[in-house]
Design a protein around this ligand. Structure first.
Ligand code: DGJ
Length: 722
């Protein structure tokens, strides 16, 4: 059992394989204090004194102790997790221990994505706290996994009073840990430049990343880690949080006057106000917490294992994905059945397994100014109809997939002309457009039903085996005709619940469908979406060199199996860079792998490489998808080269990627010191015609080739010699 309660010491102890988390019932009132989070502590007695409360100075206690789930207006002036407003206008919330329950397994969170585990894979603590005066019951839910150093947290709030209650802020997790010369790591970016790693010293005050865009966003990411000063991939203490949510979020860390770091994560309180009538419940989304005493690499591998085993679902959870060719960068809107079939037949000849028809197959969609919402096949373009096209593609031995942007509507569309009120807008105000599109109010069931039915109709009409679900703008002008004036603060969260409802219905109706999420590239790449789709388009920027940073930041948390990565044409459509076709292939191999170019037009010498690239994908994908990931060198840090590797769980094989981004005249590449191998095993490496021990490879390093020119990439496959 990963969780125990020591009733004499009034301490709960939550264990994962290598970490321990403790919280206590701090005083007679039953405030819950945080006791410890860090390296595993064995045993079931601790002798750790809990802070004592002096009723004459309660506020000092509230503001100076480590609190487990700080509440508003009772003296904890650091960032707190929950704020309410009672019918009489009061905000104070002071919850005391009422009861607890410890059990095997993990509950679902109604309406929300969450990690899952069987009875023997996980233990859960539900801690119920009550404030009778405010009429609030809080249930703090902790689950500890048996196989990964992960603790998940979520919170349920119930109105146990007789009057209406407003919930104006609800975060899902908080930790108070003693400062260890902390640095703070977050992920930032923009379109085409998602999830770049940023690291700063943690200083006094509050540092946060937030989204108020309605999606988790390109700009900031629902992830935060505080790390011991100087932490590397292999060394140092790491506390990390990642939010299983796809909308507005807050991730914040405060270095407190007590020299502790308070890190919190949850729904962004921006415009949030949720009404709870008597007896009603609100479930806050889940936060995943990882502790590593051994650097960032171990943190990464915990996240990867958790998400691969306990978050991603469906037929493609742990199988090879079909190698696709997507027509977006090949044709943009300018295609018809003949063009698509010419791409498909050339692709099939070379071993590509699926054709994906991107934006432009429906309604009057000849450019990006019109027709979103009209999910009816445009037979002027798709001559012969969708079934004909799909059947022809299937005859080539390929699967077929297609693009939708279900949450959107263009003012120039049949849908908008029939239901202008379905677009999100504020009465009397012209809603802001982006890419000439508006967002549908999917907080409304009738709107969701329309979307679901129109998509289902198309998907049932032919053998469609893949859907790319796109979402190309942020939310603004939010207001819903279905919500009363005093409930408009529920909009943003209801929108996210709407997305989850729709995607849940879609994969239930089409259980074998491979769903890929996308949001102008990687604008909604988060664990919430991974619960519905095993892969997400990582970025619209597929330039191999820009992708090094993007894929480094993404793989800091998310498994390689989730990262949509394509080989595209050069000069690159986003930044004009020209890189060798081979390098583009090697960099895309770190993700789901596919092509997005006009295969009928690229130079013959590039086309000739495709069968080898495909063979490489088939040879290595099981390893890339399921292995342990190690970040070896970062071009972001050294401005010269980049390297990462994947090692099989049994350490019998490994694949090292080395990208020589900049050739340095007269300074040969240094050997690359590998990680994660068995020191005593001999590994055969055909690419350099050598057999070396794990110990040599990890200490002296792998002698990588030094090539003439920039942007050169190489793969090195290590196979244990029996
Ligand atoms: C944005 C996506 O990220 C692209 O891959 C492509 O699908 C376009 N939208 C189509 O409009």
């Amino acid at each position: 059992m990963g969780i125990i309660y020591n009733s004499e010491e009034r301490i709960f102890k939550i264990d994962t394989p290598k970490s321990t988390y403790m919280l206590g019932i701090g005083d007679d009132f039953g405030h819950i204090v945080h006791v410890y989070y860090g390296k595993k502590i064995e045993g079931d007695t601790f002798g750790i004194p809990l802070p004592t409360i002096d009723p004459k100075n309660k506020i000092w206690y509230m503001d100076g102790s480590k609190m487990e789930y700080p509440t508003g207006d009772i003296g904890d002036f650091r960032e707190h997790c929950i704020e309410i407003k009672n019918a009489n206008g009061a905000h104070a919330l002071e919850c005391g221990y009422k009861k607890h329950r410890i059990y095997g397994g993990k509950p679902e969170i109604p309406g929300l994505p969450a990690t899952f585990a069987g009875e023997n894979e996980c233990t859960t603590l539900e801690l119920t706290l009550v404030d009778e005066i405010a009429g609030v019951e809080l249930v703090l839910i902790y689950s500890a996994f048996e196989d990964v150093d992960v603790i998940t947290r979520s919170v349920r709030v119930k109105n146990i009073g007789s009057d209406e209650l407003k919930l104006t802020k609800i975060l899902s997790a908080c930790i108070d840990v003693d400062n260890n010369n902390f640095e703070i790591i977050t992920l930032h970016g923009s379109w085409g430049r998602e999830r770049h790693i940023q690291r700063n010293k943690l200083t006094y005050g509050r540092y946060g990343v937030y989204s108020e865009r309605g999606v988790s966003s390109h700009q900031d990411h629902p992830f935060m880690a505080i790390v011991e000063g100087g932490t590397t991939q292999k060394m140092g203490e790491v506390y990390a949080m990642n939010f299983v949510y796809s909308g507005n979020f807050e991730a914040q860390c405060e270095l407190t006057p007590q020299n502790a770091a308070r890190m919190v994560m949850g729904i962004n309180p921006y415009q949030f106000e949720w009404t709870l009538n008597s007896g009603e419940v609100f479930d806050a989304p889940e936060v995943v917490m990882v502790y590593s005493a051994n650097g960032l690499g171990e943190m990464t591998r915990n996240f990867h294992d958790l998400y691969r085993k306990h978050l991603i679902r469906g037929k493609y959870k742990s199988t090879k994905r079909p190698i696709l060719i997507n027509n977006w960068e090949a044709t943009y809107f300018n295609f018809d059945t003949d063009k698509l079939l010419s791409i498909a037949s050339k692709a099939a000849e070379l071993g590509i397994e699926m054709l994906v028809v991107d934006d432009g197959w429906f309604g009057n969609r000849f450019d990006d100014n019109r027709a979103l919402g009209d999910w009816v096949v445009n037979e002027d373009k798709i001559k012969g109809g969708l079934k004909y096209l799909v059947d022809e593609v299937n005859k080539l031995g390929m699967k077929f997939g297609m693009w939708f942007e279900p949450e959107m509507v263009c003012p120039d569309s049949d849908l908008y002309r029939a239901h202008p009120d379905w677009a999100i807008s504020i009465p009397g105000r012209e809603p802001g457009r982006a890419r000439n599109q508006l967002v549908l109010d999917i907080t409304r069931k009738e709107v969701r039903d329309y979307i679901f039915e129109s998509m289902s109709k198309v998907l049932h009409s032919a053998n469609v085996e893949y859907v790319k679900w796109d979402m190309n703008r942020a939310l603004t002008d939010v207001w819903s005709a279905d919500l009363a004036a005093d409930r408009q603060g529920e909009f943003y969260h209801r929108y996210v619940l709407g997305v989850y409802d729709l995607q849940g219905r879609l994969i239930k109706e089409f259980p074998d469908l491979l769903l890929e999420n996308c949001s102008s590239g990687g604008g909604r790449y988060d664990p919430g979406m991974l619960y519905f789709s095993p892969q997400i388009w990582c970025s619209d920027n597929a330039d191999a060199i820009t992708r090094l940073d993007i894929q480094e930041g993404t793989s800091l948390i998310y498994p390689l199996s989730t990262m949509g990565a394509h080989i595209t044409d050069c000069p690159n459509h986003s930044n004009g860079r020209v890189t060798p076709f081979e390098t583009r292939g090697i960099v895309a191999l770190a993700g789901t792998f596919g092509y997005e170019l006009d295969i009928t037009k690229i130079p013959e010498e590039e086309r000739k490489q495709i069968p080898d690239q495909i063979a490489m994908y088939h040879r290595y994908n099981d390893l890339v998808r399921e292995g342990d990931y190690y970040r070896i060198l970062s071009f972001r840090e050294n401005n010269r080269d980049d390297s990462y590797m994947v090692v099989s769980k049994d350490k019998k094989e490994a694949l090292v990627t080395f990208v020589q981004v900049m050739h340095m005249t007269s300074v040969p590449n240094l050997p690359v010191k590998l990680e994660g191998l068995d020191p005593d095993t001999m590994y055969r490496i055909d690419e350099i015609d050598m057999t070396l021990s794990g110990s040599v490879l990890m200490n002296a390093g792998l002698p990588v080739k030094w090539e003439h020119g920039d942007y050169k990439a190489g793969l090195y496959y290590l196979k244990a010699v029996e």
